[in-house]
Design a binder for this molecule. Sequence first.
Ligand SMILES: Nc1nc2c(ncn2[C@@H]2O[C@H](COP(=O)(O)OP(=O)(O)OP(=O)(O)O)[C@@H](O)[C@H]2O)c(=O)[nH]1
Ligand SMILES: [Mg+2]
Length: 320
Amino acid sequence: MNFQGLSKVHTADELLDIVFRQATKEVSKLKEAFHGEPSKKMRDIDFRRIQFIERTLTGNLQGILTMFPRLDGFHDFYKELVKITLDYGQIKQSLGAVGWAIRKTQDLSGKYIALIRRCEDSKALNKYRKEYYGRISSVVKQIKKDLIYLEHARWVMRNYPTIKTGMTTVCIFGFPNVGKSTLLSKLTTAKPEIKPYAFTTKQLNIGYLQEAHRKIQIVDTPGTLNRFEKMNEVEQQAYLALRHCADAVVYVYDLTESSAPLEDQKKLYQTVKKMGKEIIVYLSKTDLLPHDRLAAFLKPGMITEISELRRLLLRKAIFT
Ligand SMILES: Nc1nc2c(ncn2[C@@H]2O[C@H](COP(=O)(O)OP(=O)(O)OP(=O)(O)O)[C@@H](O)[C@H]2O)c(=O)[nH]1
Ligand SMILES: [Mg+2]
């Protein structure tokens, strides 16, 4: 899913300003066109003014409803992501309020168009016009908080990772600083931030490993500690990707222990194992390891070479 295309939700004041300003411009064009026919001028202009405001305002509000993806249709990963980053109920309620404002604008416009049609007197026309502007302003102001919340939701969603939920996906998982992002950068063309300290990655980094017609999605996760009960938002994202998107996991061990004691890394491995996903063990930083240290840990199936991991992953890839 791709949330980057969501466009700004205006505040109530901005929206009214845009709509009324455009209406004023439209009216001055009409005034020029009707020059020389003062008798029909006022009523017709107000009639068209209301039609224009109705069209512009409902068009704008409808745009918000169309732009926001339907939460019910979300993949589980994004549903859960919305739940940890936003108030799911509030989004639904705010979208409902926008729908209400559209209907109310249509009702009011219909009502005032009917009043103006029958009106012969310019004083009454002025009164109706003012009333109409006031009532439309009040409708939009009633959804002020909803527009603010939807803009907040859009802003949060824009930073969501774009995961292709239909593609075979492998998550790189492990303690902070073990070399997960380095691995992603070696397997794919992705250029994640790599630093010699822990907690460098703060969101999911995504890359694609492709060869001929085979393609696999690789997700580099923020390093997580073995504390599933008290995860922060960043760690929760890593966990959600693992749970809902991963077909397999590449678990990275750093035997140099420059990142974490081996015992802690083993414990995290056991926790991940409980999720029931296929796990491929990759040993990083082997260039820094004495040969006997590596030999003591190495078991069949564990991978130390990028080329070997690449081959194994490509065998799992989907055909494109
Ligand atoms: N010598 C050597 N250094 C490595 C290797 N892999 C990673 N490093 C170094 O280890 C440090 C951490 O690497 P990252 O790839 O940022 O580690 P990470 O697991 O993504 O870290 P977080 O995002 O903080 O969880 C960097 O200084 C890397 O250059 C390796 O195979 N050999
Ligand atoms: Mg990283």
